[in-house]
Write a protein that binds this ligand. Structure first.
Ligand code: CAA
Ligand code: NAD
Length: 302
């Protein structure tokens, strides 16, 4: 990999310990790719059962990766899985888990108040040099980080689901993110094997600003009765080359997360037609049908 300059390299060697907060779909993937890159990882969740589920999810994802990498060598597969798992610790205590962190990556629920509260706890317990980041899909970093005392070490690392497979990492800077922080975040992205793009602190950054309105436009097409869900999905896969259709993708992302994203944007930009919520999505989320992770969303997965 290209060396970006001595100062960056010197600072970079400091990223050894990564703490991921939130052990859901995204946090478990971020933990996996970080540990796979030989970093020491602590995963924190307020919910012990989420940690247990993450442990299982990471193990089965690693098994898929190992099978591909060492097709005919069961011993090498086992060794790869256990060497990565050995680098991951799990905890329910935020303050203890961020004390030694060089980089904190927040991947909890997409809710501004809960994130702000968490960041206050993180900043109080972390070292004064720790880089503090969010994996938010849609919220403004300036809003999430409003109460941070040192905003220069705060930035965005926006991964994509499923993290071990998706090659992109959006690296987001807000007005106060320092150049050194931004460069270190880009280097971290390279360390974990991702291609990085630079994004400003705008709603949805690059990918979600295009992808989420597209997913909701598919919903509106269906709600108008213009086509069935399976036909819309087939059409976008075979006619536009997408790996998943918009309903399959929404179920994969999580319908609650899709709703949190759109509701937030709609509140902020009520006149923007691309940000209009969907009654159908709202009713599914109300019924606890949040997509693949709950066993049912637009489709059934049980
Ligand atoms: N861990 C490890 N490996 C995985 C995996 C995981 N979680 N998921 C899939 N794979 C691997 C499989 O082992 C398989 O490998 P081989 O082909 O070598 O056997 C390969 O990926 C393909 O998997 P499948 O055959 O099961 O299914 P697929 O061909 O449909 O691929 C997919 C799965 C990669 C998820 C693909 O469907 C895809 O790219 N879908 C679109 C995903 C997408 O758009 N994500 C972005 C969502 S938006 C977002 O994340 C941002 C946000 O803020 C909301
Ligand atoms: P998820 O629902 O799968 O997991 C969230 C986890 O956070 C849960 O395990 C929950 O117990 C935990 N949590 C909630 N509040 C907490 C707190 N205060 N302290 C510690 N743990 C807490 O959600 P997800 O899909 O992994 O999304 C997480 C973040 O990543 C969100 O900001 C989301 O917008 C973003 N994101 C999601 C996707 C996606 O495709 N799902 C993609 C990129 C970014």
């Amino acid at each position: 990999a290209a060396v970006r300059g001595l100062s960056t390299t010197a600072q970079l060697s400091k990223i050894n310990n990564v703490t991921v907060i939130g052990a859901g779909l995204m946090g478990s993937g971020i933990a996996q790719v970080s540990a796979n890159a030989k970093l020491n990882v602590t995963v924190v969740d307020s919910n012990q059962s989420a940690l247990d589920k993450a442990q299982k999810g990471i193990t089965s994802s690693l098994q898929r990766v190992a099978k591909k990498k060492h097709a005919d060598d069961a011993a090498a597969q086992t060794a790869l899985v256990s060497s990565v798992l050995d680098r991951i610790k799990m905890s329910t205590n935020v303050s203890d888990s961020v004390k030694d962190a060089d980089l904190v990556i927040e991947a909890i629920v997409e809710n501004i108040d809960i994130k702000r509260k968490l960041f206050a706890e993180v900043e109080a317990a972390a070292k004064p040099t720790t880089l503090i980041t969010t994996n938010t899909s849609s919220l403004r970093l300036a809003d999430i980080g409003l109460n941070l005392k040192d905003k220069t070490r705060f930035g965005g690392l926006h991964f994509f689901n499923p993290v071990p497979m998706m090659k992109l990492l959006e690296v987001v800077r807000h007005n106060d993110t320092s150049d050194a922080t931004f460069e270190q975040l880009i280097e971290y992205g390279k360390t974990v094997g991702k291609t990085t793009v630079a994004c400003k602190d705008t709603p949805g950054f690059i990918v979600n600003r295009l992808l989420v309105p597209y997913m909701f436009e598919a919903l509106r097409l269906y709600e108008r009765g213009d086509a069935s869900m399976p036909d819309i999905d087939v059409a976008m896969k075979l006619g536009a080359g997408y790996p998943m259709g918009p309903f399959e993708l929404s179920d994969y992302v999580g319908l609650d997360t899709c709703k949190f994203i759109m509701d937030g944007w709609h509140k902020q930009y009520p006149d923007e037609v691309a940000f209009k919520p969907s009654p159908l999505l709202d009713s599914l989320v109300d019924a606890g049908k949040t997509g693949r992770k709950s066993g049912e969303g637009f489709y059934k997965y049980k």
